[in-house]
Design a protein around this ligand. Structure first.
Ligand code: AMP
Ligand code: MG
Length: 407
């Protein structure tokens, strides 16, 4: 049965359709609690609430003097000081001021802080060089955030900059989506490990390490399987072995096209996998296959490193993020101006790796194609985005193209 050209029997579907299928097949995420030190890059499984007003007291934004803004005394008597962590507990009456530092509590009675540069001081007396306005240099209690307010939402990614938010509200641990277990299986009789010097007809395995990096960045826990040659029986056992410890996702690279030694699809079919799609209107990446065997979702990606990267970003990334409960699983979309003509393909939608810059008018500009054919991974590594060109179309110089950001 492996000789049957299975792929001819199925429809070519669009990239958005394929992405929808991937999302539909991903089950509910499993939450786990992790220390804040491990939270960056993970997906929130709980809302983050402010457990206090911020700031918790009226806070001075300057080093200077706390006073009454409408005090018309010529000079003010300094009655104490308010330091960060040790505020002044007395009251500021007319004719007096309190020396205050940045971050310190503004004492009762005061409604303005004049910065030290705008004052003159001698013998415990301070004179204003200019009168402050009401509320000047004071951040009012609760002005930034009110206690109980939701500051982050379940399903959001915890970016590096959000760690301060978690820390400020006492989240020493946080509920996040568990990391999907992702196994990576490279195939191809020409492939040798990166520590080897390739003989004639051989090339090094760049896909497995590329995928390790991409999967880890997306939150997956990587396991690299022993490599399989282009041999149907060997490939079937390699796939079966890879499924023994029940990974959430298995990524296979290579052997998905229609060559005589492309066995990924026949192997999946013979093992009884349910195949959701196996032909996408996509360049690069048309023969991408998506299937399920047991509990494991399987992606068969074309072997070229550029195709691997593009199909990872479009499909596998979506699955890994959705498995962690992410609300936004797709690449961020945008628009940019073409600095030159970009050609599409006759029969498939193109997602061309491109690099971006900006011009003097402040426009985002598509500068160069990072894609001299699907094996040009050196150029691809400098790509910032994928440029969408619908089948049969082209993007002319100065036209506006739809892009998907890679970083
Ligand atoms: P295939 O998808 O098997 O037709 O492979 C397409 C191209 O990708 C061929 O030039 C392969 O040699 C190359 N290729 C396949 N697997 C890998 C790999 N793991 N690392 C680098 N290149 C690969
Ligand atoms: Mg091959």
């Amino acid at each position: 049965t492996c000789a049957l050209p299975i792929w001819k029997n199925t429809q070519m579907i669009s990239v958005p359709e394929a992405i929808d299928i991937v999302k539909k097949e991903v089950g509910a995420s499993v939450a786990e609690r992790v220390p804040i030190s491990e939270a960056a890059g993970r997906i929130l499984s709980e809302d983050i609430l402010a457990d206090s007003d911020l700031p918790p007291f009226n806070r001075s934004q300057m080093d200077g003097f706390a006073m009454r803004h409408d005090d018309d005394s010529e000079s003010l008597r300094i009655i104490g000081e308010s330091v960060a962590g040790r505020g002044f507990d007395g009251k500021v009456a007319p004719g007096t001021a309190v020396r205050i530092m940045t971050g310190a509590r503004v004492p009762e009675g005061a409604d303005a802080v004049q910065k030290v540069e705008s004052t003159e001081e001698s013998d415990g007396i301070v004179t204003m060089l200019e009168a402050p306005e009401a509320g000047q240099n004071i951040v009012k209690s609760g002005e930034e955030v009110r206690k109980g307010h939701r500051v982050m939402t379940r399903g959001e990614i915890i970016g590096d900059n959000a760690i301060a938010t978690l820390a400020s509200f006492g989240y020493s641990t946080v509920e996040v989506g568990a990391r999907p277990k992702v196994s990576i299986l490279s195939t191809g009789s020409e492939i040798v490990s990166i520590s080897e010097t390739p003989a004639k007809d051989q090339i090094r395995n760049s896909n497995s390490e590329l995928l390790r990096a991409l999967v880890s960045r997306t939150g997956g826990e990587v396991s690299i399987r022993p490599h399989a040659d282009d041999d149907l029986e060997q490939l079937k056992s390699a796939i079966s072995d890879a499924l023994v410890d029940g990974p959430d996702i298995l990524i296979i690279t290579g052997g998905v096209s229609v060559g005589d030694y492309d066995f990924t699809k026949p192997a999946l079919r013979e093992l009884g996998a349910e195949i959701f799609f196996e032909k996408v209107s996509l360049k690069p990446g048309k023969p991408t296959v998506f299937a399920r065997l047991g509990e494991t979702l399987i992606f068969g990606l074309p072997g070229n490193p550029v195709s691997v990267a593009v199909t990872f970003h479009l499909f596998v990334r979506t699955a890994i993020l959705a498995m962690q409960g992410a609300i936004e699983c797709g690449l961020r979309e945008g628009f940019a101006v073409a600095s030159k003509d970009f050609k599409g393909a006759k029969e498939r939608d193109c997602y061309l790796p491109v690099s971006l810059g900006s011009d003097f008018q402040g426009h985002l500009v598509i500068e160069a194609q990072r894609f001299g054919g699907s094996s040009n991974f050196i150029a691809f590594s400098k790509a910032d985005a994928l440029l969408f060109i619908p089948k049969g179309g082209r993007l002319e110089q100065d036209g506006i193209g739809r892009i998907y950001f890679l970083r």
